[in-house]
Design a protein around this ligand. Structure first.
Ligand code: NAD
Length: 351
């Protein structure tokens, strides 16, 4: 297993070090090589995605990423900013499927802003299309009309094949879970998503065991707050998925707990926490490394098809939480507050 390890900026190096520690503790045959990305790439090679880093990522089976970005780079030209490195690597690796679980460990139910009975035991997988939709569709831009007024244009576009390939990812994942897919669209108003719904229905013929339902995006936003446990797998386009996955992440209380995976057509993937580089707490050994450690578990599951070791990591995280270990972001009275490295050690010990 060849893994490109890209720690990035801010808390990235601290949290990635914990995930690497956990992977090493599994004693698997893993080759891990580190390279800079984001602000670290700019410092090292004048480019947020240095050529050597991109080559390493292309040659690897999977990429483990920390986070990129720091306010000190905000004044750089747009193409040199850390976030550009991230967008480019996703595009270069053709990562069209973004998987974001929203999972609430019972021990952390009180960390959510929702009532514990609404969220306790929550386990949703949001499958978001990542390379199409209104974020990429042409034409786009801001132009001046004949009357001198400015007009902004973006275009929502999906081809049948783009919809089918993301649908397939969602149905395949549902087969490994509770066999329910909820496809989110706005088919009553947008033709693009009317096609989305038609293709999902066609595809569902190939998965007779999976129960397919449809929901308009406005209702889905409401249902995620009202009764989130009704969902198993949700599949949706880029813009709806962007918004709904952030909404779902907050159901679980802390963004420091949420992993993510972005996959290509051959299950090569990039695995990273859902949060950013948190420059406000960087270098203080207080960041929560669990989202990154759980991203490593997703890597074993989705790229290396190693369900056993994926579950070993997830169970070790559960055990560390059950033993009362908490980083500052999830700490509550009566639990044991630990730093980033100590949380990594607690997971390794639980393994
Ligand atoms: P952020 O996610 O970095 O931080 C938001 C808040 O959550 C901060 O208070 C931070 O301290 C806290 N936080 C985040 N991760 C945490 C963790 N593991 N443990 C404990 N607390 C945690 O978002 P932001 O502050 O809006 O952005 C900071 C920088 O990160 C910006 O430069 C932004 O562009 C970048 N960013 C990068 C990514 C990415 O690399 N995928 C995603 C979002 C933002």
């Amino acid at each position: 297993m060849k893994i490109a390890v890209l720690p990035g900026d801010g808390i990235g190096p601290e949290i990635v070090a914990q995930a690497v520690k956990v992977l090493n503790a599994l004693n698997l045959n893993i080759e891990m090589t580190e390279a800079p990305i984001g602000g670290a790439g700019y410092e090292a090679a004048g480019d947020p995605l240095p050529d050597a880093t991109l080559k390493l990522a292309k040659d690897a089976d999977a990429v483990l990423l920390g986070a990129v970005g720091d306010w000190k780079y905000d004044k750089l030209e747009r193409h040199l900013r850390p976030e550009r490195g991230l967008l480019r690597i996703r595009k270069e690796l053709n990562l069209f499927a973004n998987l974001r679980p929203a999972l609430l460990y019972p021990e952390l139910a009180s960390a959510s802003t929702l009532k514990p009975e609404v969220v306790s035991g929550l386990d949703i997988m949001i499958v978001r299309e990542l390379t199409g939709d209104i974020y990429f569709g042409q034409p786009r831009g801001i132009s001046t009309l004949e009357n001198g007024e400015r007009e902004g244009v973006n275009t929502m576009r999906y081809s049948e094949s783009e919809i089918r390939r993301i649908g397939r990812v969602a149905f395949d994942i549902a087969m490994k879970r509770n066999k329910k897919v909820c496809s989110v669209d706005k088919a009553n108003v947008l033709e693009c998503t009317e096609l989305w719904r038609q293709v999902m229905i066609e595809l569902s013929q190939e998965y007779p065991e999976v129960e397919l339902s449809h929901m308009y995006v406005d209702n889905a936003a409401m249902q995620l707050i009202r009764a989130p446990k009704q969902f198993d797998v949700m599949v949706t386009g880029n813009i709806f998925g962007d918004i709904l996955s952030d909404e779902a992440s907050m159901l679980t209380g802390s963004i420091g707990m949420l992993p993510s995976a972005s996959l290509d057509a051959n299950n090569k993937g990039m695995y990273e926490p859902s949060h950013g580089s948190a420059p406000d707490i960087a270098g203080k050994d207080v960041a929560n490394p669990l989202a990154t450690i759980l991203s490593a578990a997703m890597m074993l599951r989705y790229t290396f098809n190693d369900e056993v070791n994926a579950q070993r990591i997830e169970n070790a995280v559960k055990k560390a939480l059950a033993q009362g270990f908490r980083t500052a972001d999830i700490w509550t009275d009566g639990t044991n507050k630990v730093g980033c490295a100590a949380m990594g050690d607690a997971v390794v010990a639980a393994l």
